[in-house]
Design a protein around this ligand. Structure first.
Ligand SMILES: [Mg+2]
Length: 211
């Protein structure tokens, strides 16, 4: 029986992240592929330590991350990425309504996000009633681990408490790798493609254990 929902933030409770990357690309001429390639070069130069993963685990500051990327990409005003990204991130009202409804129906709820420490005040305001929607918020940048590391899913269960086990949870995320990790732990994973599909899959999972 499903007793809890664990949700991703970016791309699930918001508009697709690709829109934000496209907006940045249109303004600066730097494509998501160029950013990705630059991050891979930094990772290789650092002996495998991926700058985005380091940023998301709070191991490096946003300032340091920007400097690493700008050293690769040249003078591209990467500092503005945050602002363009946030301006193009809009709440996904359909998913937010689903979470509100599940909460009313007695499900436990947690937010599990790979995020940037310095961005916390910026993304939290996208969900004004975030503390009513979620009993638990696990932010990678404050706990030193990130999805898809199994430990961060374990920490989320631990913080939810109440003897919840992985198999009691439905997990929703727009990244396949994060869903695979959740499924490997025994969670019912729903890969978010669009709201209609994800809501149907989550409702089906919740109903499957009823009665
Ligand atoms: Mg996401």
């Amino acid at each position: 029986m499903i007793r809890a929902l664990i949700s991703d933030f970016g791309g699930v409770l918001t508009s697709p992240l690709s829109l934000a990357f496209t907006a940045y690309s249109e303004r600066t001429g730097i494509s998501p592929e160029q950013i990705g390639a630059a991050m891979e070069r930094v990772a290789r130069a650092q002996g495998g330590r991926h700058p985005l993963f380091e940023l998301e685990k709070g191991a490096i500051s946003e300032r340091h991350y920007v400097e690493l990327l700008e050293a690769e990409l040249g003078d591209v005003d990467f500092d503005r990425f945050r602002d363009v990204f946030m301006d193009n991130l809009h709440p996904n009202e359909a998913m937010i309504a689903l979470i509100r409804d599940l909460r009313r129906r007695g499900l436990r709820t947690a937010l599990l996000t790979n995020n940037v420490r310095e961005w916390e005040p910026l993304w939290r305001v996208k969900l004004p009633d975030i503390d009513e929607l979620f009993e638990v918020i696990v932010d990678s940048a404050f706990v030193g681990m990130r999805k898809p590391e199994p430990e961060i899913y374990g920490l989320t269960l631990e913080r939810l408490g109440g003897g919840l086990e992985a198999s009691d949870c439905v997990f929703v995320d727009d990244l396949e790798v994060n869903c695979e990790a959740a499924a490997a732990l025994g969670m019912h994973a729903v890969r978010f493609v669009d709201s209609e599909q994800a809501i149907a899959a989550i409702e089906a999972a919740v109903r499957s254990g009823d009665g």
